[in-house]
Design a protein around this ligand. Structure first.
Ligand code: ZN
Length: 293
């Protein structure tokens, strides 16, 4: 089954809930970046919340999330647009566990640092907002981010499951947002429910679907509005890297040609390498107007 998200209304249409299963895109990330469990869990959680957030926008806006905690995994960089995500971490080889068992995401991310969210709304200047990290568990950090930076009372749950070899075998999460007009009674009901709710990690471990997660949180009182496919997708291309090389300027390219005779550029998001040999570099140099230095 493919990864997907479901969006629903609950509490008399005064709350929105998004629930997603992201197993395949998290596995793709683990495979591409050779992630050890703590790094894989941290990136999976960030990819999941970014996939969900990208589905909260009306148009196809591009979202960039940077988490700069003081733990060894960070920084974590993720991009998302309309359910397509890509990302990478500073250190893919982190595997920390708690003495009582379980993967120590908090220790990997750290609890001193920032979450920065940059939204490219296709206007001249991207919109940026940030919040300090609260716990390093990522779900709690985003709950705090929504309250502080977007002034939306929210609850975020994120979780994943690994097999004995450290391979991620399930992941997902939810975002619950209270909209203006939600009654005190409904808010009290939600708070009570959230306090007694099983953790998102448990739901993921038990093989919940997005509908099951929504059903669990709302006690069956919801209307599904939309279903959206999610995937790991990197739109990089040789053309984009050519533009990157051109932006270095003619002098810099001449120097690369003279000293290295080639340029080998790797995409950080998908690990694909683009090679530019002497002939390619010369062609780029020749594309500058003759008068350019
Ligand atoms: Zn790429």
């Amino acid at each position: 089954m493919k990864d997907y998200l479901q969006k629903a209304y609950c509490m008399n249409q005064t709350c929105r809930i998004y629930a997603a299963i992201t197993t395949h895109l998290s596995q793709e990330a683990q495979k591409i970046h050779h992630l050890w469990p703590t790094s894989a869990a941290a990136l999976s959680r960030t990819l999941t919340i970014s996939a969900i957030m990208s589905c909260t926008y009306k148009s196809q806006e591009r979202l960039t999330i940077k988490i700069t905690g003081d733990g060894p995994v960070c920084p974590i960089t993720v991009e998302a647009s309309d359910g397509a995500v890509r990302g990478y971490v500073h250190n893919p080889g982190v595997f920390l566990t708690y003495s009582k068992g379980g993967i120590a995401v908090k220790e990997g991310v750290g609890n001193s640092g920032m979450i920065e969210v940059i939204k490219d709304l296709h206007m001249r200047i991207p919109f940026s907002s940030s919040a300090p990290l609260k716990s390093g568990e990522i779900a709690e950090d985003f709950t705090y981010y929504f309250a502080l930076s977007e002034q939306i009372p929210s609850s975020v749950g994120l979780g994943e499951k690994f097999d004995r070899e450290g391979n991620l075998i399930a992941s997902g999460g939810f975002l619950l947002q209270v909209m203006p007009g939600c009654s005190e009674e409904h808010i009290a009901r939600l708070e009570k429910k959230l306090a007694s709710l099983k953790s998102c990690a448990e739901m993921i471990e038990q093989g919940y679907t997005p509908e099951d997660i929504i059903d669990e949180i709302t006690d069956g009182d919801y209307q599904i509005l939309e279903t959206k496919e999610l995937n790991y997708f990197c739109p990089c291309s040789r053309n984009r890297f050519e533009k990157g090389l051109l932006s270095l300027g003619k002098q810099e390219l001449l120097q690369i040609l003279k000293e290295d005779h080639k340029a080998s550029l790797t995409c950080q998001f998908c690990n694909k390498t683009y090679e530019f040999d002497e002939k390619d570099l010369q062609k780029l140099i020749d594309s500058f107007p003759k008068s350019t230095k």
